[in-house]
Write a new protein. Structure first.
Lengths: 325, 394, 325, 394
């Protein structure tokens, strides 16, 4: 075990992956010598050479096109998009190409070796274009996997699983936790399962569901609710696609209430999918409407970021509203 | 200022624009329409065996295209795309490659796939999306692909294969096995952002990839004069620092020669090369298209005179490697074969219901399994409404 | 009144818009002399000249970038994306640029004049890349409007409203109805409202909600249900963003049941958003879970298109399941 | 083959690749570092009034950059980007334009905005995202914009303004009012697909737009040697059929001259022009960056010798249009002004809660109104948690 922050955990996972597999390659804007603008790829070029860790030209569609080709060839590309807000020029390569590569070819070819890493979310005073949480844009795409870790331990285990998984995976890293979140992380290799949610804390009155940096918010809200005598069950969804319907449904069958929290705007966000599925699966168990505490339906603002965010106070209020419905 | 950042040019002290057409682009021509060779021309590496293989491929190509358009008109097939008049570009370039080189095509390069040995029934199975289709009946006709033949399955979105080819070739370089990738695209697709990304990345990351542009004058109804203002696509090579050559795309020997040279350069130097093959799309864009809406019969007639297959035939006959008897025989046999193959393929079962859920992921998700189970139950209730799959439900 | 098919109605709307406003410009791949691969822009170049109706180079990101600039300048761009499946290279220009242009500039600039037309949906044996219904990918984007007409009359009135609306609008045209759907259409100018659903048929037992080509499917299913004595209320949502929560909620408060149908894959589709909202607004009125009858979570297949589609039989079954819940 | 489709070049019969660097690109230089003029140089149109305005703009630029970096270090400002060492590129080019020409910049062209007359307090209000910011406090510092000054609000996603500029200029052409658009971007952003789309569309649709590339050798940590293999960005102009010129970007007279000529060409011919200004990013990429991680102090020192402001000052003094006294006075006054303006702007209220919901659409949707109402109620319950807006809730 070693104390690592989230960046170090990611760096450590990348090093293990590149060490075990000669054909693993890390690239993206400023990813080479400099180690990326957040330094997640620090020292990888030194350790594995310029052919395996390098800067690309400034073109996200090119990065993802190149990565798709490299994956199809049998190498193991781990591509970085500098900010999730800048993943959209690569949308076609991801949604029309990566996601459909295996299917359209009848499995003659696939890009299962592909992993895309990208920092997402608010909390760094980034305004419209350094704060977005675009997971839902991708979650409508059969063929992709989408993963979001909440802390260093999760990040390392999930990233190693993502790299080794035989499907293209988008790995969203909560950048506000890069240095803020620290914890004990095993130095050796380990994996955490994709497609499985984790019950972080058991409870009886309401299920709180989130992912990534918002897990901290949910914890704080759960503590506030506890003081009012409300017992919250806390679930980290971890994989947005495919998502673990069973774990969530089982929890809701027990608690009778569900609150989902995400940073992305409410409308069209992934909470909608979850709510729609759970109201179907748990209709007779629900004691109040499924509650969504999400970003507002505006672009991500700067001056009023605090107001925009689905914070612990909004979450707490929604918990109490659900309980008192 | 730093000479490392750019090539130090002359200092000038008066405004002098570089003209938009300042690169003169020569065009490689080896074979004349009458089958004779230009004086002093350097021939490609070619012997009778290769020449015959190429010519037979061209013949197969012409016949398949002809017959499938007819089948489409008869309502037997939903869609088809010919490469009428520009067959030499794909066949001639494929003939310059090693079988282990990867081919990443756009969609009008069935000639390259034929040269690799994709069998008639494989073409048919794909076009009729039956259960023997390697692509499992998932894409529209002509979206072929074969792992065995190193021919990447065609993807409809244009240009996406261009940066992919850079990545594929980069992987080949890392492997060090002396292979390269050829990437085909039209002059229309070259307007996509992915073109820019792909060529630039291949140059910067030194990927052994041959970017082969088929400039056939049209992108559906859009003539190349409305596609770009530069001197074709070749003029762009300079901007990427990539060695570039333009060839007469209807001259099979020039295409072969240029591609042989390009392959050598790509592999020996770990570097991309651009080839622009000038041709003309003699047929409709696809069976859904009607060119009379945007061009004249006179224009078409003019280009028909440059038929690349006839040109090669003239040369083959001059070489005494071919004669009219062989010609008649092969075309007749091919027509029969194709017709027979249509009849076989069109009655083969469509893929099963289950197969629709395969390959979304390596292993189906719980959600997919649930959807399959529900759908099975539904189809069992209404078998008549789902004739394609109901009969074979497990 | 004149009998028009959906293409003619669109062509007619474009002609009216270009006639009334000198700065209205139509462009896209093959849109000029040829009139577009579906011929929606037929004769516009002849009537308004090459400067106002023209072919673009083959670059969707370029088309949308150009359109954004033209709109910011004050012209009225009406851009065509040849197939909705090919809109993804323009995703960044639409989602990061069009949608946020006004907001990020504090209304110093805007692209409210922009309209994007694109044919979507299955029904033409198009497989993966000539069949997609990508409305939900855009519906997670504050700042955009999204409209889908179900027939020629709707198409003309909604398209004219979209062109004149002071926000960027994506107008998805159900291509399988282009020639198949015909009807009486006023020859003169008229508009239908954006953001308003339409109750197409009143009913008492269940609300059926859809848009575009699926409205026909819902009608057929409603007829089948009628024979079993079930009275369906049929609503055409028409605008996906912003959507008319009130009309849908009012209907569900009355019927107690809701079924939503769309062609796009279930997971992450817009039915999720609707279900999540309506279970919240109408929790105490719901007599059975909100039902989603949607495309499967696979890429759009070719050979089994019939099996893939959320057709009238699947819809009918879901109606009955809801009624008998 | 058809000469309409491409420029007929020589026929060749041996393989001859066009070299990746076959276009020689001269570089326009007018002013030497010591303030003297190259022999025979054509001067731009410039008189003492314009020269003084330019020089004062450069001084303002230098001082603002210096002070704001300091403010950021003091924790008063969240973020800043200087254009240290490359100020002449934006100021010199803006000085060649008409005020009605549209400027679509990347983010490091505050010099162009200053030249247009954006006031010190307007810069400040944007940077401190207070309620007087024209952008309503929504974007990070340095994302300026002004409709009045025809300066399009900066957008962080790189390259997106390039095809937009083509469209904007096309609209100007349709209007027929003899204006053009200038579009700035870095050599890094020129790798984006949008660059390709924008230049090609401008050429095909004959839009009067000046594509002005600031080639400052770096994109964050990535040197231009890892950005492209061609000869800078100018070499790409040929591929699009666009007239192109490279200038010494630290030579204000050369930049001014080239842009004056480009504007004339663009408007008279309805045609795009490419200008590549060679410079060096002397400062960090932004206040979040530390260049010591990727380049040496020696390299920086070498380029510091080409200071464009000092170069212009030397010329101004030689012209007797400027003296050291004026120099000291203006820099002192500017420093005071900036400091004072910081103090004013940083205490102005932030925008209201209501304003967060404006401008998503022209008119808020019912959903937005509902969200605003809910949020107001919430903040009224917990005013201490939302100090920025709670005090001014209506
Ligand atoms: C991204 C994308 N946009 C549009 C289309 C529709 N489309 C199919 S082929 C074609 C024209 C392609 O022209 P070109 O690249 O010159 O190839 P050619 O057909 O001449 O062989 C178009 C516009 C597509 N398949 N993909
Ligand atoms: C689409 C996109 N990708 C990545 C970034 C992050 N980013 C901001 S500036 C920059 C480097 C830009 O370099 P260049 O264009 O040369 O301009 P310079 O900073 O040198 O002025 C990068 C990668 C971005 N803003 N947008
Ligand atoms: Mg073509
Ligand atoms: Mg730069």
């Amino acid at each position: 075990m070693a104390k690592m922050n989230l960046l170090q955990a990611i760096n450590n996972a990348l090093e293990i992956a590149m060490h075990e597999n000669d054909s693993a390659v890390c690239f993206g804007e400023d990813v080479g010598h400099f180690g990326g603008v957040f330094r997640a790829t620090s020292n990888l070029q030194e350790k594995f050479g310029k052919n395996r860790c390098f800067n690309t030209p400034l073109t996200e569609q090119g990065i993802m096109g190149f990565a798709n080709g490299l994956a199809a060839q049998g190498s193991v590309p781990i591509a970085e998009i500098q900010f999730a807000d800048y993943i959209f020029p690569a949308f076609d390569q991801i949604v029309n190409e990566s996601a459909k590569f295996r299917y359209r070819s009848g499995n003659e070819f696939n890009v299962g070796n592909l992993t895309i890493r990208t920092p997402y979310g608010g909390g760094i005073a980034g305004g419209l274009y350094h704060s977005q949480s675009p997971e839902a844009y991708f979650a409508h795409t059969p063929g992709l996997k989408i993963v979001v870790p909440r802390n260093p331990y999760q990040a390392k285990g999930l990233l190693l699983a993502a790299i080794r998984d035989k499907n293209p995976v988008i790995f969203f890293e909560p950048k506000k936790l890069y240095r803020a979140s620290t914890g004990e992380v095993p130095e050796e290799d380990y994996q955490l399962p994709l497609g499985k949610a984790e019950v972080v804390k058991a409870g009886t009155d309401i299920t709180l569901l989130g992912w990534g940096a918002q897990m901290e918010t949910l914890e704080k809200a759960a503590d506030m609710a506890q003081e009012k005598g409300v017992s919250c069950e806390l679930i980290d969804l971890r994989s947005i696609l495919p998502w673990d319907v069973e774990t969530v449904a089982a929890s809701v069958r027990k608690t009778g209430r569900l609150l989902i929290n995400h940073e992305a705007p409410l409308t069209g966000g992934f909470a909608g999918e979850i709510a729609a599925t759970i109201q179907d699966k748990c209709f007779l168990n629900l004691e109040s409407p499924i509650s969504r505490v999400c970003g507002l339906d505006t672009p991500f603002p700067l001056a009023q970021e605090k107001e925009y965010m689905p914070d612990e106070l909004k979450t707490f209020e929604a918990i109490m509203a659900s309980i008192n419905y | 200022m730093d000479a490392e950042m750019y090539q130090e040019g002359r200092s000038i002290h008066q405004v002098e624009f570089i003209d938009g057409h300042s690169v003169e682009i020569p065009i490689l021509k080896i074979l004349k329409q009458d089958g004779s060779i230009y004086a002093n021309a350097d021939l490609p590496e070619i012997d009778q065996e290769l020449a015959t293989k190429i010519y037979k491929t061209l013949a197969f190509h012409r016949v398949l295209d002809e017959r499938m358009v007819a089948s489409q008109r008869q309502g037997r097939l939903s869609f088809y795309m010919t490469a009428l008049g520009e067959e030499a570009a794909s066949v001639g370039s494929a003939a310059a490659l090693d079988d282990k080189d990867m081919i990443m095509a756009q969609y009008r390069e069935q000639g390259a796939l034929m040269f690799r040995g994709f069998r008639l029934e494989q073409f048919m199975n794909q076009m009729f999306s039956n259960e023997l289709d390697l692509g499992k009946g998932r894409q529209m006709p002509i979206h072929y692909g074969s792992q065995e033949l190193n021919y990447m399955t065609i993807s409809s979105p244009l240009g996406t294969q261009i940066p992919q080819a850079a990545g594929y070739a980069y992987g080949q370089k890392l492997k060090g096995n002396q292979t390269c990738t050829i990437c085909y695209f039209g002059e229309g697709a070259a307007s996509e952002g992915d073109f820019h990304a792909g060529l630039n990345m291949a140059a910067v990351h030194k990927a052994p990839v041959i970017f082969f542009c088929r400039n056939n004058g049209y992108a559906i109804s859009t003539p190349s004069s409305q596609q770009y203002m530069g001197n074709g696509i070749a003029s762009r090579g300079v901007g990427y620092g990539i060695k570039t050559i333009r060839v007469d795309g209807n001259d099979i020997l020039a295409v072969l020669k240029a591609t042989q040279a390009a392959r050598k350069h790509a592999i020996e130097n770990d570097a991309p090369v651009v080839i622009e093959a000038m041709s003309y799309r003699l047929g409709a864009h696809s069976t859904s298209d009607d060119p009379s809406g945007y061009r004249t019969k006179e224009e078409e007639a003019k280009y028909a005179e440059h038929d690349p297959i006839l040109r090669m035939k003239n040369w083959m006959i001059a070489q005494k490697w071919w004669d009219e008897e062989q010609e008649t025989a092969i075309f007749e046999r091919l027509r029969e074969d194709v017709l027979a193959a249509v009849k076989v393929a069109e009655v083969i079962d469509k893929p099963t219901l289950e197969s629709m859920f395969d390959d979304v992921y390596d292993v189906p998700t719980p959600q997919l399994n649930e959807q399959l189970a529900d759908l099975k139950e539904h189809i069992k209730k209404y078998p008549d409404a789902y004739p394609v799959t109901a009969g074979r439900l497990k």
